[in-house]
Design a protein around this ligand. Sequence first.
Ligand code: S3P
Length: 179
Amino acid sequence: MKFPSVIILIGFMGAGKTSTGKDLAKLLSFDFFDTDHWIEEKNKKNITQIFKENGENFFRLEEKKVICWIRNQVKSVISVGGGLWMDEENRDQLLSLGWCVWLKVSPEMAWKRVKIHLEQRPLLAQAKDPLAEIKSMMKKRDPIYQLAHSCFLTDDKDSKQVANEILKLLKRDSIIDLS
Ligand code: S3P
């Protein structure tokens, strides 16, 4: 399968989508975009404020609008918020717009990474037992993340290693047009 020039990174919070995306974009000399960042810029507030002041439903509608914008991107690596992929319509569109890569992380590693700035994770910040909440969310989400074109494990690896692994596969299988 060949895609024009868009790579989409999906997966749970703490999988390393943003850092890996930036590293991969650098390796490819592509642009890097993050859907959460796009929504924050558009609304002039951060994700925590959006959830608090506008609610999750509003945020999910904003996520739908990002897809229209992704449609016009070329030579880009795009990191998408962990919940955006759960919507079937979003997912179908992303699968047709680019090469979708699931960055898979264990619950324990996700927790280790997100607890540093838990206040920035509105879906976990209020949980009595955030690790149990992560496990429960992943149990529901992993079978859906699995629908991506490809999967890379990110536990015990830094973002540069993961980006290099992805690049290797992109080249080996001529997945996107790198000319
Ligand atoms: C969410 C993940 C977050 C952000 C929001 C909701 C989710 O993005 O979009 O807090 O539903 O998993 P990251 O996956 O980039 O942390």
